[in-house]
Design a protein around this ligand. Structure first.
Ligand code: Z5A
Length: 209
């Protein structure tokens, strides 16, 4: 894998774990510490990727095959890596990404039944070999996560899938973190925001050293 002057950090995990909130806090903290940092969200962050996101999260398209989802997520990701992430890493930025290939492995793989080894391989192809320097899994009980989200808006197409699906998603995240301890950190996201943020910052600091 090519190395870059910048660092690529992913925050991932089940619904409502606080990824979006913590991505913002982490970027803010890194900038306060004098680092150049930028946030992206997957799927999304480029015009093409945002259009693909709209299709993926459209409640009027409830029966998408898991393989179709995999290719759409990968297409969105290929565009985001080529247009934003790789150029930013080349000039030394810290890129903090809300979800990444690990989400496809957990949702479409562990929960959706697509071969997880195949998804990792498709991820390498879509991202032309680019991999995160660190993926932090924010771990949270399924019902607690969905309840946090529902306080803000109705469940979307993927959130509406049954509880068993979301349990498999959570187990999928924890399994990949166990299998690849050098590349993953797990943070208990059931605690107050500040405590979760502190643990994320500690894990990221080890990579930035
Ligand atoms: N998906 C997939 O299937 N395959 C893939 O490859 C990818 C994604 C990449 C959209 O993702 C969907 O796409 C998602 C997985 C699927 N399924 N759904 N839905 P997304 O990341 O864009 O989804 P989202 O809706 O933006 O994020 P999220 O996962 O639902 O939430 P979050 O980012 O983890 O949480 P948050 O928005 O920061 O916080 C949620 C609420 O909880 C908010 O009111 C916060 O103030 C509150 N919160 C956060 N932290 C705390 C703590 N510590 N205590 C109390 N309250 C908290």
């Amino acid at each position: 894998m090519a190395t870059y002057p910048g660092k690529f950090i992913v925050l991932d995990g089940p619904e409502g774990a606080g990824k979006t909130t913590q991505v913002e806090r982490l970027v803010h903290r890194l900038r306060r510490d004098g680092r150049q940092a930028t946030a992206v969200r997957d799927p999304g962050s480029t015009p093409v990727s945002e259009r693909i996101r709209d299709i993926l999260l459209d409640k009027r398209l409830p029966d998408m095959d898991a393989r179709t989802e995999v290719f759409l997520y990968m297409a969105s990701r290929a565009e985001m890596v080529a247009r934003i992430i790789r150029p930013a890493l080349e000039v030394g930025l810290v890129v903090v990404c809300d979800r990444f290939v690990s989400s496809t492995v957990a949702y479409q793989g562990a929960a959706g039944g697509v071969d997880t080894a195949l998804i990792w391989e498709l991820g390498r192809i879509a991202c032309a070999g680019l991999e995160p320097d660190l993926t932090v899994i924010l771990d949270l009980d399924v019902e607690a996560g969905l309840a946090r989200r529902e306080r803000e808006r109705p469940r979307d197409r993927i959130e509406s899938k049954q509880r068993a699906y979301h349990e498999k998603v959570r187990r999928g995240f924890l399994a990949m973190a166990r299998e690849r301890p050098q590349e993953f950190a797990v943070v208990d996201a059931s605690r107050p925001l500040d405590e979760v943020a502190r643990d994320i910052e500690e894990a990221v600091a080890r990579v930035l050293r």
